[in-house]
Design a protein around this ligand. Structure first.
Ligand SMILES: Nc1ncnc2c1ncn2[C@@H]1O[C@H](COP(=O)(O)OP(=O)(O)O)[C@@H](O)[C@H]1O
Ligand SMILES: [Mg+2]
Length: 335
């Protein structure tokens, strides 16, 4: 199922033609998984849904590198290997090289938070706090294996497949920019300055935007900006995104991030947001964030605002009804 919520006729024609093209390739990855549809298009790889040819109920996602970008996917596959077995990280099944591309096969998940934001609009505070609790846990486990993500955004957090026991689990994907913060001798890497910021500027930490090396603290700061954005649909530095020219844009982003007081950034939001961002910005480069303390902030906020931690997100009921409708319409097509 495609999670694109832009249901215009043009978009439908585009989706149909992509699916047709994929069918015409008749590409069976690793002799086992037949590509079905495209789910994501990126700068170095595309992601497809695929079906196991010996078991139609077994669906997977396949990330296929562009021809000259195989190295990046090889590196990403290695990170997935290191994270194998962690809750909220999709399990990878095989890596193969075919048709001059790399192909990484992994478990198929559901919609991304980006898809769901398009679907529902801004998320309620209850949804944001319930998500935050899981997202902080994902970062804690990623960091526990010695890696930082470096590109946190709504498209890289995906829910488990709908109508499975996993539909409320938030997964973290896309380790194309992930790197280790530990040296081979186990020591923390040293700080560096004068770097180009990596990741998505909208969510990069203040330090990263200013060209400083990133570490664990920057992942959790990015997550803080993402959470604010998911609720508000805005951040003070978003207006810099329309600036043409990479350097100019970066300079303006850095300037606004640097000069927006945290109080102003969190104006109108529960106090826990202020506490979260202030805490992130107080951490030392090599300091391990106190994940439990951050999760406690979410719990306290939920309690104070009288929200029940019941796993019912903004989209839970609407999505179930829509899926039921789609099933009925498909049945009508059959009869
Ligand atoms: N295992 C998966 N199951 C379902 N969808 C996925 C899966 N992995 C990725 N996607 C979808 O494909 C998109 C791109 O995947 P990602 O790994 O983030 O690649 P990129 O490096 O191009 O951003 C994601 O935003 C998500 O919508
Ligand atoms: Mg991505």
């Amino acid at each position: 199922m495609s999670w694109n919520v832009d249901n215009t006729a043009d978009r439908q024609v585009e989706c149909d033609s992509i699916a047709e093209q994929i069918r015409s390739w008749n590409w069976i990855v690793g002799g086992q998984y037949r590509l079905v549809d495209m789910m994501g298009k990126g700068s170095f790889a595309n992601v497809y849904s695929a079906v196991n040819i010996t078991d139609e109920a077994d669906l997977v996602a396949v990330k296929i590198s562009h021809e000259r970008s195989e190295d990046t996917l090889v590196a990403e596959a290695k990170v997935y290997d290191k994270l194998f077995g962690l809750k909220g990280i999709p399990r990878t099944r095989m890596y193969v090289k075919e048709r001059r591309c790399g192909a990484l096969v992994m478990d198929l998940l559901g919609p991304s938070l980006g898809n769901l934001k398009d679907y529902c609009g801004h998320f309620s505070l209850k949804t944001v706090f319930m998500l935050a609790d899981q997202m902080i846990s994902r970062l804690a486990s990623l960091h526990s294996r010695g890696y930082i993500h470096g590109d946190l955004k709504e498209d890289n957090f995906i829910l488990g497949r709908q109508e499975t026991i996993d539909e409320r689990t938030v997964y973290l994907v896309d380790f194309g920019l992930a790197k280790t913060f530990l040296l081979t001798n186990g020591e923390h890497i040293a700080p560096k300055t004068g770097l180009n910021p990596c990741g998505t500027l909208r969510y990069t930490s203040l330090n990263c935007t200013l060209g400083n090396e990133i570490s664990r603290r920057d992942d959790i700061e990015s997550l803080g900006y993402l959470l604010i954005y998911l609720h508000r649909g805005d951040l003070p530095w978003i207006l810099a995104e329309s600036v043409v020219g990479g350097d100019e844009k970066r300079r303006l982003m850095a300037d606004i991030k640097l000069h927006t007081p945290v109080k102003k950034l969190c104006e109108g939001l529960p106090d826990e947001f202020f506490a979260y961002i202030t805490y992130c910005r107080s951490l030392r480069f090599d300091e391990q964030p106190d994940y439990a303390r951050l999760r406690l902030l979410c719990e306290v906020a939920m309690h104070r605002l009288d929200y029940e931690i019941d796993g019912i997100f903004d989209w839970t009921i609407r999505l179930r009804d829509d899926l039921e409708w789609k099933r009925l319409l498909a049945l009508e097509d059959v009869f």
